[in-house]
Write a protein that binds this ligand. Structure first.
Ligand code: CS2
Length: 502
């Protein structure tokens, strides 16, 4: 029966019981979920975690002997309340729709999450989970901004009000740092082993960064605990990759029409996936190498390659494309001028900074990136890409600009992206006058600085927390000023400005 034709048909909710009603081509968990225990507690259960780590663990759980590596999700934000309600209804199950560039679609249901704790409602429950002897790994996707560092100096930001709260109220945490500290303190007092802290965010040296930030926080009030963490906790660095657009109402409808089930928490993602992890764990690890992840002794070159090419490439298309009036990544990259600009940026301003990796052909890596970006079945919105640019751009693009300046190399393609970010933050409309959706913790500051551009073309660069000393780099400033003049000229057209820089 085709339920999609009949709006009166009440669809079953996706849950353990309704799994058997799904079409035969859906890969559903056949392992016994009642036998699983949560070896991993994951903080920040967004779309990326559900398409990436939770997918690898789902594959692993198909293998006998891996029952102790299921996931307990943790939501720290008030916004996670409704999510918890959905998850409880769905027995923590959700569908993953994998869309290949050639139109092939794979349907899966992920069973790797077996519990979800909504922290604002019961903080003690979260701390108890973190100190439970089953918990071997605490993994994080708290976004680039969640690590609480000053983007220019890389130092911990003690002025964040939530951090000030957590410092003053160690038993009533709000932030991931507060929770990790409360739990590690108790583990130390009980003579337990610590868990591994595994960052899955797009930050180069994400493990080292997590260690540095956590130690800054802890050492402020408990140097003994800081020493114990430094001596005992592993923070493996990792490169994570899978393009995962924001879930839309259309995705929910698609699952209802195709799988005849009501899934209020579905995920759509591309087919490509990669996870390269430093093999450094405090208390054991899942055999992720048996399900496609790669353990290496040093992940640095992989991280740099991915962040400076893929993530930066996204930001190039995101900002330039938004100002032009494009809505998605595939729309932007299928425009030949944008594709040429992106490729030249990657070839001239990033590739010379990347260490050649044995077994990885950078030319092929870049070709694959362009193919992935062009996947017409992944409608990855530029609004998602430009979200929290202030936390992303220092790592994705400004880092390469600084390295190029130090090497005396040209940065003109990246410079235009920064100048475009200024226009974007200032006017908040595209070049057709349509409003742009701005979502950034620093939105007000970005606007205030960018808005002084008419009086001082370099005003935006005075945001030294983001740009460091770029405003003192003469040749960069000259080029930036030219880009600003072109962008702010009446009737300016981003495409001609891009063309002029090729
Ligand atoms: C994107 C990433 O947030 C961004 O700007 O570049 O979310 C990207 O899609 C993922 O890192 C892909 O692995």
């Amino acid at each position: 029966m085709d339920h999609s034709q009949d709006s009166n048909v009440q669809l079953n909710t996706l849950n353990q019981q309704s799994l058997s009603t799904l079409p035969a081509n859906v890969d559903v968990p056949k392992y016994d979920r009642s036998q699983l225990t949560a070896g991993i507690v994951h903080i920040g259960v967004g779309g990326f975690h559900r398409a990436h780590q939770a997918m690898y663990i789902n594959e692993l759980l198909k293998q006998p002997g891996s029952e102790s590596w299921a996931i307990c999700g943790v939501g720290l934000l008030e916004a996670n309340r409704s999510l918890r309600d959905v998850l409880v209804k769905q027995d923590y199950l959700y569908s993953l729709t994998v869309r290949h560039p050639n139109g092939q679609i794979d349907h899966q249901v992920m069973g790797s999450m077996i519990d979800f704790l909504f922290a604002p409602e019961n903080k003690q429950q979260v701390i108890d989970k973190l100190i439970h002897s089953d918990t071997k790994i605490v993994s994080l996707t708290i976004t680039e901004g969640g690590y609480n560092f000053n983007p220019a100096t890389g130092e911990f930001d003690f002025n964040n009000p939530d951090i000030i709260h957590d410092m003053a109220n160690p038993n009533d945490p709000i932030t991931a740092f507060g929770y990790l500290t409360a739990a590690l303190k108790q583990r130390k007092a009980k003579g337990m082993k610590p868990f591994t802290i595994q960052s899955c965010d797009n930050i180069q040296h994400n493990g080292d960064m997590t260690r540095k930030m956590l130690l800054a926080f802890v050492n402020k009030h408990d140097a003994d605990l800081g020493q114990w963490i430094d001596d005992n906790v592993a923070f493996p660095n990792a490169m994570v990759d899978r393009i995962t657009p924001v879930t839309t109402k259309a995705d929910i409808e698609y699952v209802a029409n195709t799988l005849h089930i009501n899934d209020e928490w579905p995920i759509t993602c591309e087919a490509f996936t990669q996870w390269v992890i430093e093999d450094n764990f405090s208390d054991g690890r899942p055999a992720l190498d048996t399900v496609g992840a790669q353990f290496v002794s040093d992940v640095t070159p992989f991280e740099k390659m991915k962040i400076r090419l893929l993530n930066a490439g996204h930001s190039v298309l995101g900002l330039l494309g938004s100002i032009h009036g494009f809505a998605t990544i595939d729309e932007s990259v299928t425009d030949p001028l944008f594709a040429t600009y992106l490729r030249k940026f990657m070839d001239d301003e990033v590739t010379p900074l990347i260490e050649q990796l044995e077994g990885i052909d950078l030319t092929q890596y870049k070709d694959t990136l362009i193919e992935r970006f062009a996947n017409p079945n992944i409608k990855d919105s530029l609004a998602r890409i430009c979200l929290e640019s202030s936390a992303k751009l220092p790592k994705f693009i400004i880092a390469s600009i600084n390295e190029n300046i130090a090497l005396g190399r040209d940065t003109s393609l990246a410079t235009l992206v920064i100048a475009t970010w200024c226009l974007y933050s200032d006017k908040r409309v595209d070049q057709q006058g349509n409003a742009l959706e701005i979502n950034d913790q620093m939105a007000a500051q970005l606007h205030a600085y960018a808005n002084k551009t008419a009086q001082d073309p370099l005003a935006f660069l005075q945001l030294t927390d983001l740009f460091g000393d770029l405003n003192n780099q003469a040749s960069f400033c000259k080029d930036y000023r030219q880009a600003i003049t072109a962008l702010y000229a009446p009737g300016s057209d981003i495409k001609s400005i891009m063309q002029a820089r090729l």
